[in-house]
Every structure is written in structure tokens, then in C-alpha cells.
Ligand binder design. Structure first.
Ligand code: CU
Length: 168
């Protein structure tokens, strides 16, 4: 079978491009610590407000016994709760987010935080904020008519400005 020289070149080029693109995506994901939502931990969405961790007065920033920082959040139509929160700069923080109703997503530009919040599961993602300032969080899974208004604000501040248990 004869394959024209020019055609062969294009076949090799297009296959090489596909490999290059997968390679770039993989390298980017590894370098930026982007991982699939892999925390398979179930929770009853309907009774979140009664649960030990996601009850309204338990939400926000807290320190666990081993000293690490955890933020507990609820995503619900149409907002993230708590909606305004102070978090420390340059410190690894684990976000644990549960949905009270439908599928939501959470995305914070400039960080590796980008995950789905599937009802019935706890989404967990650890991130470190590189600089102080305002970091908006947005819902990136269409969840209804108010989806565009679903947001939260993280105020990233120096560590000494954080009082644990405080929300802004
Ligand atoms: Cu949403």
C-alpha cells in the first residue's frame, strides 16, 4: 500500500500533537496539584444541619488535634456557607464541603481549588493561599436559576490576624 510522503508527515504530526497535549495536561496537573474529586466519604445531605460536622454552628475554620487547619462549608442553592471567611496565608488548609441539595462545584481562581460538590459525598481539597487579599469562590456546576449568584469570599490575611472559630 502506498502512503504519500506528505500524508505520512501529517499523520505523524497529528499523532505527535495528541501525545504532546496529553503530556502537557498531565505535567500541568502534577505541577499544580490538580486531582480528581477522590474523597469517597458519604454523608446524608438531608440532615446536614443535624450532623456533627456540618451543623450551622460548626461551619468555618477550625484546628484539628494534630494542628492542621480545616474549613467546613456547606454548598446550597444559592450560596456557600459561611459566605465570608478569614483564612491564613501560606498555610495548608483542608476544605471539607458538602452539598445540602443538588450538584454544585467550587472554584477559586489562583489556587488548585476546583472540585465538584456531589450531594451525598464530602468533597475534600487541600490548598495553600499564595498571597493575602480577597479570593472569591464560585459555583462552577449549573445548579439552578440562582447559579450565577452563588459565591463566597475568602479573605486571606496574615496568620496573626486569625482567631480560630471566627468567621468574618
Ligand atoms: Cu451551585
Amino acid at each position: 500500500m502506498h502512503v504519500d510522503g506528505t500524508e505520512k508527515k501529517w499523520v505523524i504530526l497529528s499523532v505527535a500533537m495528541a501525545f504532546a497535549m496529553v503530556g502537557i495536561l498531565t505535567a500541568y496537573a502534577i505541577n499544580h496539584n490538580i486531582v480528581p474529586p477522590s474523597n469517597v466519604e458519604t454523608i446524608d445531605s438531608v440532615s446536614l444541619h443535624l450532623s456533627a460536622e456540618f451543623a450551622e454552628d460548626k461551619l468555618g475554620l477550625r484546628q484539628t488535634e494534630d494542628g492542621s487547619l480545616v474549613v467546613t462549608m456547606v454548598a446550597a442553592r444559592y450560596g456557600f456557607y459561611p459566605q465570608d471567611m478569614k483564612v491564613p496565608v501560606g498555610t495548608p488548609i483542608t476544605f471539607r464541603i458538602a452539598s445540602a441539595d443538588v450538584l454544585h462545584g467550587v472554584h477559586t481562581a489562583g489556587t488548585n481549588m476546583n472540585t465538584m460538590v456531589v450531594p451525598g459525598y464530602v468533597s475534600e481539597i487541600t490548598t495553600t493561599f499564595p498571597k493575602t487579599g480577597k479570593f472569591p469562590m464560585f459555583c462552577n456546576e449549573y445548579c439552578g436559576l440562582g447559579h450565577d449568584y452563588m459565591w463566597s469570599r475568602l479573605w486571606v490575611v496574615p496568620k496573626d490576624e486569625i482567631k480560630l472559630g471566627d468567621t468574618l
